[in-house]
Design a protein around this ligand. Structure first.
Ligand SMILES: [Mg+2]
Length: 189
């Protein structure tokens, strides 16, 4: 079976960035933003890169993505794509009466990817209303240094490889079905 493509969001999924720094020093300064990596972000990405094809899609700017991607990924040249706000579609969110930068997976399909083998990891479900079956929603990361979402996600993702169509897999409440998180301790420096 074809490797699964994992399309990763940045803000509140892999990092937290804000113009006002938290009480601790940021991991990275990207003026005007203080950027904090989600705990285990690098280890998680190294782990999933073994079995998944990886891509990044942020609704932030291209410059922001370009600055952040080399910090997160060992080898950004292996990413299937790095997309930013320009690829998003401004879409009305009726439930919240706002506009959102939707990430329409039809564009990923046109880029040559099979949506049966595509999973999106994002904290913002409102950006994925048209492709809900592809979305694994993570809890938003707002800087908590004890956050352990990514080791749990790594464990949950392992069950996906045997599924020919990832869209039929129930993803709501995924974290409750993780018996134990992946231990990245061996990878920590
Ligand atoms: Mg986000």
């Amino acid at each position: 079976m074809q490797r699964i493509l994992l399309v990763l969001d940045l803000d509140e999924t892999l990092v937290f960035a804000d113009e006002r720094p938290l009480a601790r020093a940021p991991d990275l300064d990207l003026p005007p933003y203080a950027v904090y990596l989600r705990p285990w972000a690098r280890e998680f990405l190294r782990h999933v890169a073994v079995h998944f094809e990886l891509a990044v899609w942020t609704s932030s700017s291209a410059a922001y993505a370009r600055a952040l991607v080399p910090v997160l990924f060992d080898d950004p040249s292996r990413l299937a794509f790095v997309w930013s706000r320009e690829r998003c579609t401004l879409q009305r969110d009726l439930a919240n009466d706002t506009w959102v930068h939707a990430k329409r997976l039809a564009k990923v399909k046109r880029h040559g990817h099979d949506l049966r083998r595509t999973v999106v990891v994002d904290d913002s479900p409102e950006k994925h209303l048209r492709n809900y079956g592809n979305l694994v929603r993570v809890a938003p990361f707002l800087g908590d240094p004890a956050d352990d979402e990514l080791p749990h996600l790594a464990a949950w993702l392992e069950r996906l490889h045997i599924e020919p169509d990832v869209r039929v897999v129930e993803k709501r409440g995924w974290r409750r079905h993780v018996p134990s998180p992946v231990s990245f301790m061996h990878a920590a420096s």
